[in-house]
Design a protein around this ligand. Structure first.
Ligand code: FEO
Ligand code: CA
Ligand code: CA
Ligand code: CA
Length: 601
């Protein structure tokens, strides 16, 4: 049984867990349970999950694969609510046995479309402070897939760059791809970033624009190009299909019939996610990373002001805030630049820090980049940012402002190309370690208003195992007293303003499973990294949601057992029983997990 609400989240940090261990580990005194797993039925008519007779039709009515971003949005009662999750990609090698039957392979290709996208599902619980259960057949339950229609918004909507033979309007896109991190807006909608969309297309004819987005003559792992002409960008009429992905999407989890949106005003790149804060002037500011080695950090500032009222008119106005405004890219200047040599050694002023500028890519919604039209800036944003002289970053993953302080936290996950010959990205003060193996976290402070163009910054954490890596840094906190951490990916805040960081990549870097870590940002404990949980073998920790006042921590466990095979699973998470109930074949299931204190301190 759960300890009643108010027990809070005091915990003793767990020890790091070796990468060979297939276990979900929480602190002493805590329990955990999955809320929903890949294949769980969502609707009254959904078939139960049967790993041996999966079909595209069933998957469309079930929870999708590889959950990444997660939002838990309670209703006013506190005993009902919605869970929103996205589904980034699929792992066919551990979802099914190998097959060479053409009919089976075609249905699997369709199943992959149904297993990606997003899910909205209702939650219920007996009382505040208790763990949640999902509601099969809930009125707000919804699946969005690679076939769901999205409306393009902003000034590139309707442009010739976005028209295809199926959509001569250039305004309605089927599907969303590669959804990674996201954010919950002040007006209650969900944002999600379309990240590695290029990998779903084959694009044999190369152009500068295609090349800059990693589009190439690929044989895709989903095989869609064999069955659906829009995934071969050389097919006549589909040349622009890849231009219709790589956006921030917005969905309304309270209204299952609301049209989902794709916002061109927020630019097109490998969007990790977006997180919004309302500035003093009422305009909203969204922070966004492009997760590619040596790509950039962006922000969007709305033209219109947020309407804080909770009525249908206000909600309708707020739903258009991200359709019109200006896009900026970050340029960092270090104050110890001459001392940076790629070693990660602290400069003589004791900090990796400096100032910076948000360089406008649009002004009053129109192109601010000489030689590029507004539509080109919004669709080929990476090329616009190249021309603006933006700072090449160590893969910006989640970027999130603290709603308590307005400071922005940027997870730079790692960058094997930093300082590498031929990559034209020498170490700089904001990215100070050559070959950046373990990543770092930057703290950015706006100095001319949340939507302004000047900022200050410092590095909060240089990640790694402090026992073996002298370049690690924890905001000056004693290194002997922190948990090792590698490859920061998603970030979140608790009600006290502490930062929580989930990781993706620790097994191959420091030999331990990925996890979730708490880091105080203020006072004597600033920089004290403490591990809260550890995810199973090969998994990534995603979508942390910290409801500390409710005594609950949530994570999305993505790609458990990814390095295994159908015949030789690496993980049996989360049920740890044979999916056959004693039979021959078993498989892990990506799932959303909640954790709570179950015995008193
Ligand atoms: Fe899908 Fe950048 O992580
Ligand atoms: Ca991921
Ligand atoms: Ca400095
Ligand atoms: Ca991520």
């Amino acid at each position: 049984p759960a300890v009643p609400a108010g027990a809070g989240l005091s915990f003793g940090p767990i020890a790091p867990v070796d990468k060979a261990v297939d276990a979900f580990v929480v602190p002493e005194g805590f329990s955990w349970s999955p809320i929903i797993r890949w294949g769980d039925p969502l609707f009254a008519d959904s078939p139960a999950f049967d790993i041996h007779s999966q079909t595209a039709a069933a998957q469309e009515r079930q929870f999708g694969y590889n959950n990444d971003y997660l939002a838990i949005v309670p209703d006013a009662s506190g005993t009902s609510g919605v869970l929103v999750c996205n589904h980034e990609y699929v792992n066919p090698n551990i979802m099914f046995p190998a097959s060479s039957d053409p009919a089976v392979l075609e249905d699997r290709a369709n199943l992959y479309k149904a297993a990606q996208g997003m899910t909205v599902v209702e939650l219920t619980r007996p009382a505040v402070g208790q763990p949640w259960s999902y509601v099969q057949g809930g009125a707000r339950n919804r699946r969005l897939t690679v076939e769901t229609e999205f409306e393009l918004t902003g000034r590139a909507a309707g442009s010739t760059l976005l028209k295809t033979i199926d959509d001569p309007s250039g305004r309605i896109v089927r599907g969303t791809l590669g959804n990674c991190a996201g954010g919950l807006t002040p007006w209650g909608t969900i944002l999600s970033g379309e990240e590695n969309f290029n990998g779903y297309f084959t694009a044999p004819t190369v152009s500068a624009e295609r090349k800059r987005y990693g589009l190439a003559a690929l044989t895709t792992s989903t095989t869609w190009e064999r069955y659906d002409p829009r995934f071969n960008a050389d097919n006549p009429g589909y040349e622009n299909e890849p231009n219709r992905f790589g956006y921030i999407v917005e969905i309304d989890p309270q209204n299952p019939t609301a049209m989902p949106l794709k916002h061109t005003a927020m630019g097109r790149f490998k969007h990790e996610g977006a997180n919004v804060i309302v500035g003093d002037d009422g305009k909203v500011v969204a922070y966004m990373g492009d997760d590619e080695r040596n790509d950039y950090l962006y922000k969007f500032v709305s033209k219109h002001k947020y309407n804080p009222k909770n009525n249908p008119g206000a909600r309708k106005q707020n739903r258009r805030l991200l359709s019109d405004g200006d896009l900026y890219v970050a340029k960092f200047t270090g104050n110890s630049a001459a001392e940076i040599d790629g070693s990660g050694r602290l400069p003589s002023d004791g900090l990796f820090d400096g100032t910076g500028e948000w360089v406008a890519l649009t002004h009053k919604g129109e192109s601010a980049v000489p030689g590029m039209t507004t539509e080109q800036v919004l669709v080929y944003t990476r090329l616009a940012a190249d021309l603006a002289g933006a700072t090449k970053m160590d893969r910006c993953e989640d970027v999130e402002p603290s709603l308590a302080t307005g400071k922005v936290y940027i997870a730079c996950t790692n960058n094997s190309d930093r300082g590498k010959a031929g990559k034209n990205a020498p170490a700089d003060e904001a990215n100070p370690r050559n070959g950046n193996r373990d990543g770092h976290v930057i703290e950015l402070t706006e100095v001319s208003g949340q939507g302004g163009t000047r900022f200050a910054w410092n590095i909060l954490l240089l990640c790694g195992n402090p026992a073996t890596d002298s370049t690690t840094y924890f905001a000056g906190y004693p290194k002997e007293q922190v948990s090792p951490i590698s490859c920061p990916d998603n970030v979140a805040f608790d009600s006290e303003g502490n930062l929580w960081i989930s990781t993706d990549g620790a097994p191959s870097k420091i030999g331990t499973n990925d996890g979730l870590f708490k880091v105080p940002l203020e006072g004597p404990e600033r920089g004290r990294v403490q591990q809260f949980l550890s995810v199973p073998r090969d998994a990534e920790t995603c979508g942390p949601v910290i409801h500390d006042q409710d005594g609950l921590v949530f994570v999305a466990v993505q790609h458990p057992g990814e390095e295994g095979a159908w015949e030789a699973p690496h993980s049996l998470f989360p049920d740890y029983v044979d999916a056959d109930g004693g039979g021959k074949f078993r498989a892990p299931r990506p799932a959303v997990v909640q954790s709570w204190r179950s015995s008193a301190l």
